[in-house]
Design a protein around this ligand. Sequence first.
Ligand code: FNR
Length: 341
Amino acid sequence: MIADRKDDHVRFAAEQQRHLGGYNQFDDVSFVHHALAGIDRSDVSLATRFGGIEWQVPLYINAMTGGSAKTGAVNRDLAIAARETGVPIATGSMSAYFADESVAGTFSVMRRENPDGFIMANVNANASVEKARRAIGLLRADALQIHLNSIQETVMPEGDRSFSSWGPQVEKIAAGVDVPVIVKEVGFGLSRETVLRLQEMGVRAADVAGRGGTNFARIENDRRDHADYSYLNGWGQSAPACLLDAQGAGIPVLASGGVRNPLDVARGLALGAAAAGVSGQFLKTVLDGGVPALISQISAWLDQLEALMTALGAPTPADLTRCDVLIHGDLRAFCADRGIE
Ligand code: FNR
């Protein structure tokens, strides 16, 4: 049952990538062009540091899958691409492993293929501290992601209907594991209010995982016989909206949800993110073109991000926050409504 769901998610998410419209709210963010701002490529470093974590690059493969034979093979391919390009990577939710230990290999394959890489385990906010520790142990994980996905659960016929324990449980997990905890959404975004609560709970970073890319309301609607919740297909806030909303919240933020190209990565970093995460688009690449296609895509993105930082005059990812950006369209209206200066 869980294995079928994991296969469905991969299939529907890859299909969705083929039909994504061109625009998303990253397009409402533009850099002001300063023709004399450029620096030398040799002075640019992609290394990033946040919440006690250090990465060589500000780009990571975000949580997706595991729990079935097919998705184990996807995890193997993603892990090889991460190893070859040096990007951090997360597994998908490890609930399937807690339900049936025989699928452990569909997750641990990531560590086997990528012995020295930065790997994040992933659990839901109902997981006990003991389960969170098991997930970390199976992968020898460097960090733990906890996902918050109340809208996905709501639309999922077999989904959770009780959410009140999530906050206290996140706090318990953050206090009870010995790796940094990153809390993420799954494509509906994290509001300022949520990010502030996470900061109080001892969470190391908040991954906004906003609207505009993979859409789990749509995926779960497509899995239902009757798309009863199709009116939720536009729910949530985009990643740029979340990043602007969370400014000054006192906790590192990560940009994900709808990141389509190296410019979106630079836009996310300019809005304050320490790194940008990609799921759906990298999934489509690896399913269509295999490991070589994903390695070449990630390598090109890193090369082009460095090139953009050179032209923008930003020697480090954090320096991108000093670049002048303009906010327009719906994103500007969001800022006005939320009182964001
Ligand atoms: C996901 N995502 C996800 N997130 C999570 O924390 N645990 C999970 O198990 C999954 N599962 C999953 C499966 C598939 C097939 C996809 C494509 C995505 C959500 C993911 O990490 C991310 O937050 C969203 O996909 C938004 O980013 P993109 O896809 O727009 O880059």
